[in-house]
Design a binder for this molecule. Structure first.
Ligand SMILES: [Zn+2]
Length: 105
């Protein structure tokens, strides 16, 4: 299913934060995955932002949404980065122990 068709479907009708009805929510297509389409939705009332995975199977549509404080462009950047490895976690742990950590940010 193309993104144009996704926009025409009124799947996301109410903001989960302010509960305002969304007549025309700001929806941005982020990516297409084998399991579905990744969308970025911003409430026109309270500016809350959601990342939503829309999956289609047979005659069913499922949505999985997560609130975020990231902008749509930032989500794309992190999506391309890949998963966090054990080495990444150890590197961060070591960096947090250094007294000059804040100065080097
Ligand atoms: Zn809202």
């Amino acid at each position: 299913m193309r993104f144009d068709h996704l926009k025409s479907i009124k799947l996301i009708s109410e903001c989960p934060v302010c509960h305002e009805k969304q007549a025309d929510p700001k929806i941005q297509f982020l990516d297409e995955h084998p399991v579905g389409h990744l969308l970025y939705v911003q409430c026109q009332n309270c500016a809350s932002r959601l990342v939503v995975l829309v999956s289609f199977a047979a005659e069913a549509v499922s949505l999985l949404g997560v609130l975020t404080d990231l902008a749509g462009e930032e989500i794309g950047k992190f999506s391309e980065r890949g998963p966090i490895s054990a080495d990444d976690a150890l590197e961060l742990h070591d960096a947090l122990r250094r007294k000059d950590f804040v100065k080097n940010i």
